[in-house]
Design a protein around this ligand. Structure first.
Ligand code: 5AD
Ligand code: SF4
Length: 425
């Protein structure tokens, strides 16, 4: 989501006449887009601000700005306490950036942190560099108020973009050669444009160009509709991979999290999805050590992992966030115990991911060629429809092309394949 937002900021700044550099020493302005979801994300930004400060000493006219959720949360504190911050801009105020930067060059500190009920940057063309895969934000904000989560406070109320506008953006991307788009929202199931919902949006976007793969993030398990499941099942270029955050397997914990579903409901959803979409890949998010989480409740989550057999899971230590309801609850699971629980879940998941991947050895997978592999210039990496990364030897392919690969070996995170000749499949 922050990559997508940074691209919107890039679009606004390009419109304001700015050009971009990745060389900090050359920059007149450094903007850092921030996350506030966990304490750790914010700590990392403080470290980064220290680094920027060193560049500012060499170039005292430089403007440094903090954007995004941490800006929204800490506001004036960032200017007052961190003397090197000149501007602070929350997620709904990016249109003001050119004016705020100009003001900062004149020595004015700028703070713009109002949240909006309508801003969705619908008319801004995001500045994208990738050329093959794209994030497309379709709605902003969240009204769910899970008790652990700062997002409703930092990103404000839910609001959707127009269906035609999103569809047109995807058509432009397809015409420019993009082949994989991910529609983004904190809770895409709340997407509305008049009577049209997220299933309608997905259908419209998928019809733009059948050679473009369409993905989405994130669904809330309470509102994942049968229509959406059916749309995924029956539309060839909508990818069969679903991220369905469960957070915990205990009804008592889910209730205290205000997640508004029971684990029985969640499992029924999983069953429905599996029945409708054979071969679907499922991933999830887990929070370990939520206030009051007992050892038995943690073990229930471990058991759930083994029951659902997710393709992947992101597991986080609970991190108290100011203003949220859970902030008032006693953070009573010691940090060390949270770490132990996270490690246990991660280890169990690694075993499951490995077993799932091992069953793919010998199968043929269609992969979109995305980028040179991180580990070797001799190799390319791409993803399967089910969002698994495959690395394969480079042999004249180009980015944005689909190739058929035979999976030869795997680990828990990556598949390794070789290209099969046309006609061999
Ligand atoms: N502490 C730990 N994890 C959190 N998440 C959201 N808020 C917190 C928090 N306070 C996790 C949830 C969510 C994911 C994006 O981040 O699992 O699904
Ligand atoms: Fe946060 Fe819950 Fe909204 Fe997700 S659905 S962004 S966890 S409040």
């Amino acid at each position: 989501m922050n990559v997508a937002d940074s691209e919107v900021v890039g679009g606004i700044l390009a419109g304001g006449g700015y050009t971009f550099t990745s060389d900090l020493a050359e920059a007149d302005v450094i903007l850092v887009n921030t996350c506030a979801i966990r304490e750790m994300a914010e700590q990392r930004i403080y470290g980064r601000l220290g680094l920027f400060n060193r560049y500012k000493r060499l170039n005292p006219g430089m403007v440094i700005g903090v954007l995004g959720c941490m800006a929204e949360r800490l506001r004036a504190k960032l200017v007052d306490q961190e003397k090197l911050v000149d501007i602070v801009v929350g997620p709904d105020e990016y249109r003001k950036l050119p004016a705020l930067i100009d003001g900062a060059f004149e020595g004015e500190k700028g703070i713009a942190v109002r949240l909006s009920r309508v801003e969705n940057y619908d008319d801004i063309a995001p500045l994208r560099a990738d050329g093959v895969t794209a994030w497309v934000s379709v709605m902003r904000g969240c009204d769910k108020f899970c008790t652990f989560c700062v997002v409703p406070f930092t990103r404000g109320r839910e609001r959707s973009r127009a269906l035609e506008s999103v569809t047109k953006e995807v058509a432009d991307l397809a015409a420019r050669g993009y082949r994989d788009v991910t529609l983004l929202g904190q809770n895409v199931n709340s997407y509305r444009d008049g009577v049209r919902d997220f299933a309608d949006l997905m259908k419209s976007v998928a019809a733009v160009d059948r050679s473009v793969r369409v993905r989405f993030m994130t669904s809330h398990p309470q509102d994942m509709s049968d229509r959406l499941i059916e749309t995924i099942a029956t539309t060839g270029n909508i990818c069969n991979s679903i991220h369905l955050p469960v957070q915990s397997a205990s009804d008592r914990v889910l209730e205290r999290m205000n997640r508004s579903y029971s684990i029985a409901h969640y499992l029924r959803q999983v069953e429905k999805i599996r029945r409708a979409i054979p071969g679907v890949s499922l991933t999830t998010d887990i929070i370990s050590g939520f206030p009051g989480e007992t050892l038995a409740e943690h073990e229930a989550t471990v058991a759930l992992m083994k029951e659902v057999r997710y393709d992947g899971a992101f597991t986080f230590k609970y991190s108290p966030r100011e203003n949220t309801k859970a902030w008032e609850m006693e953070d009573d699971v010691p940090d060390e115990e949270k770490g132990r629980r996270v490690t246990e879940i991660t280890e169990v998941q690694r075993g499951i991911s490995l077993a799932i991947n091992e069953r793919m050895i010998g199968t043929i997978e269609r992969v979109l060629v995305e980028a040179p592999s991180k580990k070797s210039v001799e190799a390319y990496s791409g993803r399967t429809e089910t969002n698994k990364t495959v690395v394969f030897p480079r042999n004249g392919e180009h980015r944005g092309e689909y190739v058929d690969l035979r999976i030869d070996r795997v680990n828990s995170a990556t598949l390794f394949g070789t290209r099969i000749r046309e006609g061999n499949a």
